[in-house]
Ligand binder design. Structure first.
Ligand code: DAH
Length: 339
């Protein structure tokens, strides 16, 4: 019996050293030390032993059992740890690696300036409306007092789709569409894209943006126009900006003016930003021509109005000191991320 116990101990040792999975070790424990295990089977035969032998063999059997249990636990712990170490090694994360997060986008500088302009006009009670980019010749020119043979057509190199359909060269046609539909009082601005067949350079692009403004009501005068524009420009460029109205000509307004703001870079002395003029032109405006009102079914004897047109790229260029308009359209993130 002694020899058998010794042999069991030796076999356990041998098999344990070969076991490489936790389940196998558990099987091993059951095989030797379980209720139906080999060790138990031996103990069951203890009755056959002499009274002197019994305690000796009993003690030895207990030793073998605790040996098995101890070794099984030790081997189990070893395997669990090995498994964990392997997992840790495989799932290792190098927290010092640079991240590959894609950069977050943000508002385009033109949108930043447009939002600001919208907010100023909305604050003065204006509504925002939109008009089509593909437009009838009638709305883009004819109704605005620019007939077919008018020289003003030459200054707006037009993309024609058909004889009477164009890509709008200005946002002014929205004035006509609004007046046809809505009776005064009217107070709207209309931002949008316009198109001209211009070659691309630092100050020209075949696609650019304008913001049209229109106010029509009883007793609207040039004083309303001046007040509105001065308020707008001071909000946009600061309370201390100086504004100048210069006589001009547009077919759809009479009288017409261009508005300059004193160069904020040199305060009127002349510098690179204002091309040594001391002033920067920012918009065209005037009192809506009676013919235009008539074309839209509004009685010029009863109503009057003013209109304005502003180039968004220009305003943004002045605002940020950008001297090449192409930068706004190239969408190079190194440029865009500066705003
Ligand atoms: N549509 C003109 C242009 O593109 C700008 C303009 C000038 C609009 C005077 C107006 C205005 O409404 O009153 O050059």
């Amino acid at each position: 019996m002694k020899a058998k116990l010794e042999e069991i101990r030796a076999r356990v040792k041998e098999e344990l050293s070969k076991a490489d999975a936790i389940e196998k070790i558990e099987e091993l424990r059951v095989k030797y030390a379980g209720k139906k295990g080999e060790l138990t089977a031996i103990l069951k035969q203890m009755g056959k032993l002499s009274p002197e032998e019994r305690p000796v063999i009993g003690q030895m059997a207990n030793e073998v059992r605790s040996y098995i249990e101890k070794e099984v636990e030790a081997k189990k712990a070893e395997l669990v740890e090995a498994k964990l170490n392997k997992q840790l090694e495989e799932e290792k994360i190098d927290v010092t690696l640079p991240s590959d997060m894609s950069p977050l986008g943000h508002k385009h500088p033109l949108s930043v300036v447009l939002d600001e302009i919208k907010e100023i006009f909305v604050g003065m009670g204006f509504e925002i409306v939109e008009g089509p980019e593909v437009e009838y010749d009638y709305y883009n020119f004819e109704a605005l007092n620019i007939p077919k043979d008018h020289p003003a057509r030459d200054t707006q190199d037009t993309f024609y789709i058909t004889d009477n359909i164009v890509l709008r060269t200005q946002t002014s046609p929205v004035q006509v569409r609004v007046m046809e539909k809505k009776k005064p009082p009217i107070r709207i601005i209309s931002p949008g894209r316009v198109f001209r067949s211009d070659a691309v350079d630092a100050t020209h692009s075949p696609l650019f943006h304008q913001i049209e403004g229109l106010v029509v009501d009883k007793d609207i005068t040039f004083a309303d126009l001046k007040g509105t524009l001065e308020t707008f420009i001071k909000r946009l460029y600061g309370e201390d900006s100086v504004v100048r109205f210069r006589p001009h000509h547009f077919p759809f307004t009479e009288p017409s003016a261009e508005v300059d703001v004193q160069c904020f870079s040199c305060k009127g002395k002349g510098c690179r930003v204002c091309k040594n003029e001391g002033w920067i032109e920012i918009l065209g405006c005037g009192m809506v021509h009676p013919k235009v009102l008539e074309n839209c079914g509004i009685d010029p004897e009863e109503y009057s109005g003013f209109a304005l047109g502003l180039g968004l790229e220009r305003v943004a260029m002045r605002r940020y000191g950008v001297d090449d308009m192409r930068l706004f359209f190239e969408n190079d993130t190194r440029f865009l991320s500066q705003f």
